[in-house]
Design a protein around this ligand. Structure first.
Ligand SMILES: *Cc1c(COP(=O)(O)O)cnc(C)c1O
Length: 302
């Protein structure tokens, strides 16, 4: 069974001066270690969906994303590993030659189609999805970022890797947020943790948006599964550095320093922004001496 190729993610103590000089302890949960091609939070978001695909005869899975989508990248790898067909609908034109993400996806057998930005906005509507089924036949449609209910349930499992080792000593569990489903899952999965807060760093320039999204994922879970409260959580909207996939020289320098000092590889779109934001919070005294943070390395490609 190929799943035996998936490794348990380790927790590492990381000594980084921007934290240690203020007496703040940093640990990192290395979800990037799970598998070479299918890792990070994207594995947890997909795993329950893959269980469903396996019950369908000869499934084709269609999903959406930008030209640098980690979700489509992971979905293409899942299709190759677990033998199902994949179709990626790319927002805007497909760049030729393909960028590394799309070329990896195509190499894994994903069929790529560009769709106009106007159509892309309609992707969740019934009419548009009916059109897709007419065009591509019987397809299983996964939302952008893979963020459906199965993704939420899969992300709840991330908390298990944290629980047995360090529960009750962590002040914060922290992660970068794009759709917020990973945070929502971890907050629900960590219900039994005491005195631990979940702190998300938004990678989007959209104040308030992710908090609303997380609330609705949590409400959906409470309605369908179990009506109990998640661990307290919050999202910081201050460290997007201009917006999704935008960077500035502070962020880039920070990432370079972090990699040099710790040997832990990070990219500036997600985990880099997370650690950058956390370091700023530490500097501002919003996270204080004696606090212990577990940052989640959600994968991402350099
Ligand atoms: C997709 C992604 C995220 C965001 O996860 P959400 O569940 O959408 O909030 C964070 N980090 C990395 C590396 C990602 O690829």
């Amino acid at each position: 069974m190929l799943e035996s190729a998936f490794t348990k993610p380790p927790i590492q103590d990381v000594d980084f001066s921007a934290f240690s000089k203020y007496g703040v302890k940093l640990k990192i949960l290395r979800l990037d270690y799970i598998h070479k091609d299918l890792n990070g939070n994207k594995w947890f978001k997909l795993k329950r969906n893959i269980e469903i695909f396996k019950t369908i005869n000869n499934p084709t899975v269609l999903s959406f994303g930008g030209a640098y989508s980690n979700h489509l990248r992971a979905l293409s790898a899942a299709g190759k590993i677990f033998s199902f067909k994949t179709i990626g609908l790319i927002r805007g034109e497909i760049p030729r030659p393909l960028n590394p993400v799309l070329s990896f996806a195509e190499c894994n057998g994903m069929t790529l189609h560009g769709i106009s930005r106007g159509d892309y906005r309609l992707k969740n509507t019934k009419e548009f999805q009916q059109g897709l089924r007419k065009r591509f036949g019987k397809v299983f449609i996964l939302p952008e970022g893979g963020s459906n209910q199965e993704a939420l349930l899969g992300c709840m499992e991330i908390s298990k890797y944290i629980k047995n080792k360090t529960a009750n000593r962590l002040t914060y569990i922290s992660m970068a947020c794009g759709t917020g489903v990973t945070l929502a899952g971890i907050a629900l999965g960590a219900r039994s943790f005491h005195n631990t807060k979940i702190l998300g760093v938004s990678v989007l320039k959209a104040p308030g948006y992710l908090a609303k999204e997380v609330k609705s994922y949590i409400e959906g879970y409470k309605l369908n599964f179990c009506n109990s409260e998640p661990t307290p959580w919050d999202i910081v909207d201050d460290y997007h550095c201009g917006g999704y996939a935008k960077t500035n020289s502070d962020l880039i320098d920070f990432c370079k320093n972090f990699i040099k000092e710790t040997g832990v590889s990070i990219e500036p779109i997600y985990t880099g922004k997370l650690l950058f934001g956390l370091a700023k919070h530490v500097e501002l005294g919003l996270i204080s001496s004696g606090d212990e943070i577990l940052a989640i390395h959600t994968g991402g490609v350099n």
